[in-house]
Design a protein around this ligand. Structure first.
Ligand SMILES: [Fe+2]
Length: 156
């Protein structure tokens, strides 16, 4: 029974990981959208920054998916599933002003960071899985830094 409860507890946290993976994939796609479609006086800087961020996000997606596999579960791996699972919204057919792009990306990193942090804490406190927790906290640290840097772009 204890074991069964434990399995249920693990499954619940894995469900949260699936949502995080989906959100990461949405953010990855949005970064590509903005990398391609950004315009304005800071084109080169933002075009380059968005590329660096989606390259990093691709690694983050891989790390989370492979952690799900390491823990014995299948990783969601289709755009249809990601769209269903994700809490972040795509920016389809929309090419906002560059300041709005920066703000949207900063807000998305903030949102994923908050979720990652909460899930990391569950790994640590509820499942005694410090390794998964540590991996997630590492991503949170990166995402918090991106929020700071992106918001700094918008400061007057
Ligand atoms: Fe490119």
């Amino acid at each position: 029974m204890k074991n069964q409860n434990n399995n249920e507890a693990v499954k619940k946290v894995i469900d949260e990981m699936n949502v995080i993976l989906a959100d990461q994939f949405i953010l990855y796609t949005k970064l590509r959208n903005y990398h391609w479609n950004v315009t304005g006086p800071y084109f080169y800087a933002l075009h380059t920054t968005f590329e660096q961020l989606y390259d990093e996000m691709a690694l983050g997606v891989d790390a989370v998916a492979e952690r799900i596999r390491t823990l014995g579960f299948k990783a969601p791996a289709s755009l249809k599933e990601y769209l269903k699972l994700a809490t972040l919204k795509e920016d389809e057919g929309n090419y906002p002003h560059f300041t709005e792009m920066v703000e949207n990306i900063a807000n998305d990193y903030k949102s994923v960071g908050i979720k990652l942090n909460a899930t990391a804490k569950k790994f640590q406190d509820e499942l005694n899985d410090e390794v998964s927790a540590g991996m997630f906290y590492g991503l949170v640290e990166k995402y918090q830094k991106h929020v700071w840097m992106l918001k700094a772009v918008l400061e007057k």
